[in-house]
Design a protein around this ligand. Structure first.
Ligand code: 0O2
Length: 205
């Protein structure tokens, strides 16, 4: 089962379809950044990164979710085989970027999660948008899903350290450190908001 999934997901047509959709979304985010930068006279997006989930990571996620480990289940049920991470300077910028993505008329918003208004138990904060992107080849068009994670520089600092220390190791539960990581996430959110207040005061001057 696992080998068949690996073989199918690694096929160039499959990988390139995800890459095509991901590159299209990333190029659009570049335009969104240029537009917002012109409007606000400052850089809004700090950086972006993208990745296609590896076969190992797909298998791990399907097992964690207690789903069948098949190529078909992966493609039908996982929303983040293609993923883009957008890091903004300030915590209000992430809503501007999310709103701009919603306005792109060739993208379909399939799902939204606001882990900033409702952080995860671990303290994880980010906005997730699952967008459906039309990919045409010959005379057929299919919708490919891309996950966009949008967060501030400060939220990303927390998430990166959490991924290294806890998330990927499931250490949150094992070591019962979840309360501590949540506390630090709250501290970081306070600083993020203070920096935003400061920026707004400076803008008014
Ligand atoms: P990786 O390797 O980062 O991609 P859905 O199926 O759409 O309903 P899903 O994907 O099951 O949702 O869950 P969720 O919580 O919406 O998004 C999962 C992704 O968010 C993870 O992807 C991480 O990237 C990130 N994430 C969620 N919770 C945490 C957390 O507590 N800490 C950190 N650091 N990141 C988190 P993957 O596939 O697990 O990993």
């Amino acid at each position: 089962m696992e080998n068949l999934l690996r073989e199918k997901i690694e096929k160039p047509m499959v990988q390139l379809s995800y890459k095509y959709a991901m590159d299209l979304v990333q190029a659009r985010l570049g335009l969104i950044n240029a537009d917002l930068t012109e409007k606000y006279h400052r850089q809004v997006i700090r950086n972006m990164s993208s990745r296609i989930k590896t076969a190992d990571s797909i298998i791990k996620k399907l097992k964690k979710k207690e789903r069948e480990v098949t190529f078909e289940t992966a493609v039908e049920t996982l929303n983040d085989i293609a993923g883009i991470r957008v890091i903004c300077y300030f915590c209000d910028d992430i809503y501007q970027v999310a709103e701009a993505v919603r306005r792109q008329k060739d993208f379909t918003i399939l799902k939204e999660k606001d882990y900033v208004k409702n952080p995860k138990r671990s303290g994880y904060q980010s906005i997730h948008l699952i967008v459906g992107v039309p990919v045409t080849y010959n005379d057929a068009t299919k919708e490919v899903r891309v996950e966009i994670q949008i967060r501030s520089f400060a939220m990303d600092y927390w998430a990166e350290l959490d991924t290294q220390m806890c998330y990927k190791k499931d250490a949150g539960q094992i070591l019962n450190v979840e309360r501590e990581t949540k506390d630090y996430s709250d501290v970081i959110a306070k600083v993020d908001n203070k920096m935003l207040e400061l920026r707004k005061r400076i803008e008014k001057m």
